[in-house]
Design a protein around this ligand. Structure first.
Ligand code: ZN
Length: 417
């Protein structure tokens, strides 16, 4: 899960400024977050959104323009009296995060500009025998090299965020265990950083956490304080947000919903236990139920979805079982966490249109009425880019918390290279 110093902690709705020069850094961050999450904003809108004075806003935007994070343009008059208010916007193509998604069967790399704009992305499929740490790092370095020529030569790479399908210790950017990759105790952030040989910082997080971050920031759960994002492909992960904060647990490992034991007579799980939720709802389970090899991957899943849409009985039956197990696990989570929204992503987002009614019936049957009455279950709004957009937010977190401090550190690191 995401540590307390996270991009979660800076919700755009909380962007209320403070009237004091001693908190200039916090106010710069406030203004930058409004532009990053809310898009181009006029000075008068900025005054309304931050509570800061017009002259303070002018000075803060001037400072952000000087650093190259922001540009300000003269607005066209809208016909109202007085001079038109200039409009500030982030300089997306000049301030870039490299976002990486490490899945079992593919690696994605996106250059994401400040403001959450995907400037260029490349995804490579890979055979399941290429998942070793060394080969994964080679594949990331190669894919980054394919993305970089598409960026403006003058652009500043603020950082790299990596979402990996495994349990991540955020304090030292290491993977504790990634059952579906066969990794255990890997200092992945440090190894990747060394292989890249770049000045920018590399931050590592669990892929489902990053998808959750994107959904809360820019997607289906925007503005929601109590949300669960359940993300699945081969493995199943979850990002849990309670009262606007991520549920992290004592060591930061909370949210491993895929390993909730649900079936005492179930299959062996990659984590070492038996009958975990992901053994009943992950990609392998769905494929097995239609008589396909469990490792058939995305193409085989798409076949099942097409068959179901065509009314093929075996596919419909497999989806009904999937909906049942999905509903069983979600009902438990609803009872424990009382979310107002559950966002289903990855495999579950694609399945949702086909199983929505069955899933809803299952939740109504099993969850406590007091908790299930108010919960909305929706598919991911961001879709395939959610992990990458979340990983980009992870990379931008420092500059959105302390713009000048983060840029000073960036420049200092770049100078010694
Ligand atoms: Zn497990």
């Amino acid at each position: 899960m995401v540590s307390s110093h996270s991009a979660f902690a800076s919700a755009p709705t909380e962007s209320v400024g403070l009237r004091s020069e001693t908190v200039r850094s916090a106010n710069l961050a406030t203004v930058l977050r409004v532009l990053h999450f809310g898009g181009p904003t006029s000075r008068s809108e900025m005054v309304a959104r931050t509570g800061l004075t017009r002259s303070a806003i002018g000075a803060l935007i001037g400072e952000l323009v000087r650093t190259g994070l922001v540009v300000e343009r003269r607005a066209m008059s809208d016909g109202s009296p007085g001079r038109p208010s200039p409009v500030a916007a982030v300089l997306s193509d000049q301030n870039v995060a490299l976002a990486v998604e490490v899945l079992v069967d593919s690696i994605g790399v996106a250059a994401v500009g400040l403001g959450g704009v995907v400037l260029h992305s490349v995804r490579i499929d890979r055979a399941r025998d290429r998942v070793s740490v060394d080969r994964t790092i080679d594949d990331i370095v190669d894919t980054v090299a394919r993305v970089r020529p598409h960026l403006a030569p003058s652009c500043r790479i603020i950082g790299m965020g990596v979402g990996v399908v495994g349990i991540v210790r955020r304090s030292d950017n290491s993977v504790s265990i990634a059952p579906n990759l066969g990794w255990r105790d890997v200092a992945f952030g440090a190894q990747l950083s060394a292989a890249l040989g770049e000045a920018f910082p590399v931050s590592l997080a669990n892929d489902a956490d990053m998808a959750a971050l994107a959904e809360v920031r820019r997607g289906a759960a925007m503005g929601t304080d109590d949300a669960l994002c359940i993300w699945g492909e081969v493995g199943v992960g979850g990002g849990l947000i309670s009262r606007g904060e991520p549920v992290t647990g004592a060591s930061g490992f909370a949210g491993e919903v895929g390993h909730i034991p649900v079936n005492p007579d179930g299959r062996q799980c990659q984590c070492g236990s038996v009958g975990c939720w992901e053994t009943e709802i992950g990609e392998g389970a769905l494929l097995r139920r239609t008589g396909r090899p469990a490792d058939g991957g995305r193409a085989a899943v798409d076949e099942v979805l097409c068959d179901a849409a065509d009314g093929v009985p075996a596919a419909l039956e497999a989806l009904a079982v999937e909906a049942r197990w999905l509903g069983i696990g979600l009902s438990g989570l609803i009872n424990v966490l009382n979310p107002s929204m559950i966002v289903l992503g990855g495999l579950f987002g694609r399945l949702h249109p086909l199983i929505a009614q069955q899933l809803n019936d299952e939740i109504m049957r099993r969850a406590l009425p007091s908790a299930s009455a108010q919960v909305q279950v929706v598919p991911s709004k961001i879709g395939a880019d959610a992990v990458l957009l979340g990983a980009a937010e992870l990379a931008f977190a420092a500059v959105l918390t302390d713009p000048l401090g983060a840029l000073d550190r960036h420049d200092a690191l770049a100078a010694v290279r």
